[in-house]
Every structure is written in structure tokens, then in C-alpha cells.
Design a protein. Sequence first.
Length: 212
Amino acid sequence: MNPQTEFVMLCKNTTDTYPKLIVGLGNPGLRYEKTKHNIGFRVIDALYDKMHTSNNTDSSATKRVTSICNSLVIQTEFHDSTIILAKPMTYMNNSGSAVAALINRYDISLTDLCIIYDDVHLDIGIIRIRRKGSDGGQKGMKSIIRHLGTQEFPRLRIGIGEPVGDITDYVLSEFSKTEEVEIEQTIERAVDAIDVIVQDGILAAMNRFNGR
């Protein structure tokens, strides 16, 4: 699936459960596709692949969308829950405007929100799941907290390692070949962690995945 142009919305019946909004942070465009700052987008793409396979949906049941609330969006059913996957197209530093708009559009409870993003304070290969917390210097999260007016919403952080040189240059650089192998494995673990969050709740996911 092309993460910029081939994102799709699955047309399925909704359940009576409250929808869950899972947002991966990143920057739109091929220039940024493989950069460290786009790890959130990559997890969303991997989640889509898993959910699409799980639902065994054929092409006749899909509909392409370009933008909803300045985001690329999928809505589907997974483990009897309505799941909304989103990638804001506002660029990282303005992520909050898109997230706030999505929350209002889909009437999302903050406890059913999960933001996935990169963290320079964690080593590559580490993920951390939290119910709430500060932005930790991550500008996308800073924007989200400002727009929502609260720090109390779940998040999944993925370590990209300490910056070498200028932090902006670092987060907008690509992983080395060796790092990329580990990052692909980390993305798989992040997908599994979201699976547990959807099925069993965030506490179960924290107990299982907070570590290497």
C-alpha cells in the first residue's frame, strides 16, 4: 500500500462499541517517507496490513479517500471494535489540529485515543506505552497537547536513538541498514502492542511491551 495515495477506508458495519482512534505521527510526502520522524506513519501502514488481512476484505469492499480532517484515514472493524487509523497530513509540528478535528468528527473519548510517535530519548528497539504524560520535547505531541488542552491520553513511543548532531537533521534522516532491520522488528512489536490495547486494554499492553 502506498502510504500517501493508496490509503483506503474499509466499508464495513459498525459495532455498538465506542470507536478507537489510533494516530501515527509523521510528515507527508516521499521526501520524508523513510525518515526517523515518520515511524508513526509506518506503524499505521503495518496496522492497516494486519487488519486488512484479518478482515479478509476483497477489493470490492474498499473505498479510497484522500483526506478527512486533514488526515488520511481508515475506518474498519477489528476484534469487534470500530477502529479508526489516521495519518495527519498537517506536518509533524501541526499534528494537533488534525487530531482535535478527528476527535470531534468521530466523537472519540480520550481514553480511546492512542498516539504513535518517535522518541529520541529511547534507544532504537524500545517501545513505551503510557496512559498519559508530557510531550517530552516531541513537537507533534506538543501540538496535540496544546490543541486538546490535556496530557491525559494514551500514547505509544518508539525509540529512534539519541541525536547525532543537530536534532532536526537527525529526525529527518533515514535509518542505517543495520538500524532498519531492528526498526522493522520494532514496528511489528508496536503492531502487536496495539492489538493487545484493542483486545485487552492499555494496562495489559504496558505490562507486556514496555521494554525491549
